[in-house]
Design a protein around this ligand. Structure first.
Ligand SMILES: [Mg+2]
Length: 283
């Protein structure tokens, strides 16, 4: 098997992330599992499907936001409207944005990811910079956040077609973070749910979360890949947990997800792809 994109071998190993350790962590489960109806795994491979180069039977873990569908652009639009509405006479738009980032750090640490935290961050930011918030202003600010809640799901190019091919040959599991109701609601609206055998909505996607879900789903680390747009949440912690990774950058990845992509430890693989469809050349 030739991995000709980016297969970075740093020569270092990650202590505590062996397959044996993956197996040991399976006692109890810290996260909720959302089993889906009608798993397509192991169904017959469609005829004429000759692009695929890996043998079937891998486990592919997929990030959702900004990997399968647009997400951060809606937040960026809401934030632009918020900054325009605040119309601060002293602080520049960049300074307001930096303060909002600090507010988001704090609310996420205290209350987790999701729209409720985003609403709270906007209100806190407005209050910090303006000194107070009237009822009318409060309602207007909530409106910026609520504009995100019910937008149509806009799939990224070729996602539906690519997942349909991949689910014929591999086990697909959705691994996202945030509010379970919000994330599973987006999945249902996306129409992609039938391609996944399971969905994990995690409070945070860190090394331990990947170790726990690998144990829970009995993933063979040597045949498990995490695929996503975020170095901080998808790529680096998955590599540290002993898995392979596929990095598909998105031009508008949330600033809080930015991080330098680590090298793959020896024996693991990291691919960087320009488009989702390129997955078919590797799997
Ligand atoms: Mg993402």
């Amino acid at each position: 098997m030739q991995f000709n994109s980016i297969t970075r071998n740093s020569g270092r190993t990650s202590p505590g992330t062996s397959v044996d350790n993956l197996r040991e962590i399976g006692q109890g489960r810290p996260y909720d599992l959302y089993p889906l109806r009608g798993s397509p795994y192991n169904r017959d491979v469609s005829s004429g499907d000759n692009l695929l180069s890996r043998p079937s039977g891998d486990t592919l873990l997929f990030d959702a936001d900004d990997t399968l569908w647009e997400n951060n652009i809606y937040f960026e639009r809401a934030i632009a409207s918020f900054i325009s509405y605040l119309d601060h006479k002293v602080h520049t738009a960049e300074e307001v944005r930096e303060h909002l980032n600090r507010c988001e750090h704090a609310t996420i640490a205290a209350h987790g990811y999701g729209l409720r935290s985003f609403r709270r961050s906007l209100v806190n930011c407005f209050e910090d910079l303006s000194g107070s918030v009237t009822d009318q202003q409060h309602q207007r600010i909530l409106g910026f956040a609520d504009s995100i809640a019910h937008h149509e799901i806009e799939l990224l190019p070729q996602v539906a077609e690519t997942l349909a091919h991949l689910s014929n040959r591999h086990r697909l599991i959705l691994v996202t973070k945030g509010d379970p109701v919000e994330q599973t609601g987006k999945l249902e609206r996306s129409g992609l749910a039938p391609h996944f055998t399971a969905v994990e909505v995690l409070p945070e996607k860190h090394d331990e979360a990947y170790l726990a879900l690998s144990a829970l789903h009995r993933c063979d680390a040597a045949r498990t890949w995490m695929i996503g747009n975020s170095p901080r949440s998808d790529i680096n912690p998955a590599l540290r947990a002993g898995l392979h990774a596929v990095f598909i950058p998105h031009d508008f990845t949330w600033v809080l997800e930015h991080e330098t992509v680590e090298q793959a430890p020896e024996g693991q693989h990291l691919l960087e792809l320009k488009s989702f469809q390129e997955l078919l050349q590797h799997f």
